[in-house]
Structure formats: structure tokens, C-alpha cells
Write a protein that binds this ligand. Sequence first.
Ligand SMILES: C[S@@+](CC[C@H](N)C(=O)[O-])C[C@H]1O[C@@H](n2cnc3c(N)ncnc32)[C@H](O)[C@@H]1O
Length: 323
Amino acid sequence: MSASTVRALLADATAVLAHADAGARFTKPALASPASKRGRNELRPCEDSAEARREAELLLQHALRADRAWLFAHADDEVAAVLAGQFRCYVSRRATGEPLAYITGRREFFSLDLVVTPDVLIPRAETELLVEAALEKVPRDTQVRIADLGTGSGAIALALAHERPQARVLAVDASAATLALAHENARRLGLANVEFIESDWFAALAGRKFDVVVSNPPYIARGDAHLEQGDLRFEPALALSSGADGLDAIRTIARDARVHLAPGGWLLFEHGYDQGAAVRDILAAHGYAHAATLRDLEGRDRVSRASRASRDGARAMLDQVGQ
Ligand SMILES: C[S@@+](CC[C@H](N)C(=O)[O-])C[C@H]1O[C@@H](n2cnc3c(N)ncnc32)[C@H](O)[C@@H]1O
């Protein structure tokens, strides 16, 4: 068997990636659970040889512009030298820890195929919980106004726009490069019910009102050891950390969302597994009602939501917190 058949390339790459993992070039979490501030996949890229094999297949699919079925059907085909070289280059990059999504330039989120670059956070599977929680608050076939603060690749805004075509979604980010990519993702996916604005949270949104405000903001504490591990090492700092306890962005958004939410409107955050109680406290301090935290499939706090009280209740609560 030649060293450059599909089968041989996959076998070699699987060994390289599994070995890279065993050699701790990927920093594995010290704790089994909670493993990370942003999910465990990015910290355990090849936690066993099955995962190494899966990644090798994805990288070969990317190099050959082929799907998985093609790889199996053509396992004994010879791969052209230039493509084999390209594939080995991808494998080396992955073996030094570069995130798979930055190598392939793609990540699926809520069944949408998104382009991702190192300008944006790689959308995480756990953020789908935030989308599901927001969808519960957005009736079908109504012109609900939604804001996604810190849109990154556009993952949340585009998933909501896709699931609720009647809704009008505003995607906000402080990074122009990020916003350009989100806009491009919307164009590729043919989603016309999304608007994009560069803004420091609500700063450029004076006078705008929303029925639902959703955000997966940066929420890792400055200096947290996880920032030096796994995918986080490669992702934009602006997307990751927020103040000494990680909660600065959530505090700012919770404070300012009160004047941008319609009475009875909902505010929803993703946050770290250990921040549920603190986020509920922030929401309560700003007079929101019905604060609750939702858990992911592993039972960890992940999303908190609350509603702006009705007009009279809101006034009374704003008075209480001196605003
Ligand atoms: C954790 S990432 C979330 C990206 C995307 N929503 C997702 O879930 O994959 C946080 C995003 O907030 C943006 N961001 C950080 N500070 C901001 C600010 N002051 N105003 C607006 N966006 C900000 C970052 O650029 C980044 O895209």
C-alpha cells in the first residue's frame, strides 16, 4: 500500500493526532467536570483515538474538498502529492493545538454552516442552549425585535433569524472585523432579517427597543488559567475575558438592557458553569423578574434569563436601585 492512499493518510494522521494529545501538547483540563469555562471539546481535541480519527477525516475532507462517504468509497485511491502535502500541513497545525475550526474555516451551529476565522470565537455546542431558551420567548410568525449583543460569527443572531423568519434581529459587536464576518455569514445563508451594528454593547443603540435581548458575552475572569489552555489560546481576547471576576460585561448589559427592553421583554445570558448564582443576583439587583438559570445536559449552570417587569413594576424597581 502506498503511503499516500486515502487509507494510509488517515492512519498516519490519526496516529499523529492521538500522540499529540497523549503528549499533552493540548492542555487537558485538570478537572473532569466542570472541565472548562467554555465547554470541554476545545480542551480535549483528541481525547481518544476515535476523536483523533474523526479529526483526521475532517481535515482530509477539507484538503480534498470531499465528503466522508467519498473517503470511504475511495479508501485505496492515491492522493495527489500536492493535496497530501496540504493535508499533512493541516495535521501538523492541529497537532500543535490550533483549533480545527480555524484550520477548516467552518463550524456548524444550530444546523447552520458558518464561516469562522481567528477574528471570532468558535461557536460552541453549549451555546445552542441559549438559542433554544431564546426561541421559547419568541413566538412564531410575530415581528419580535431581538438583539444579539456580542454576535461574533453571528451564530446566535443567525440561528434566531433562521428559526424565526418574521423576527427582526439586530446583531451587535464591538469588533469591526467580527461584524464583517457575521454579515458575510448572513449573506451566504440568505438571511435578510438581520441588521448589523458596530457598538460597545448598547452605546450606539439609543432609542432602540427590543422584546428579547440575548448575549453570550465574554465571561472568563481576567488571568484565569483556562485562557492559556486549548482553543482559548487562539481565540480573540475581546471574546473571552471580562474583568476580575468575568462578570463586567454581564453587569453592563444587565444595567443598560432595562431601558432597551420592552415591558415584559426577556434578557438571556450564557455564562460560566460557576456563575449562575452571581448572574441571578445581578439580574435581581437591577429589578428584573423571574430570574432563573438553565442547565446543560451535564447538569451545569449555563444560561440565565429574566424578564423586565411590566411598566409599573419596572418603575418601582428602578427606584429601588436608585436609577
Ligand atoms: C464570547 S464571544 C460570543 C460570540 C458569539 N455570540 C458566539 O456565541 O459564538 C463575545 C463577543 O462579544 C464581543 N464583545 C466584547 N466586548 C464587547 C463590547 N464592549 N461591545 C460589543 N461586543 C463586545 C466580542 O467581540 C465577541 O465577538
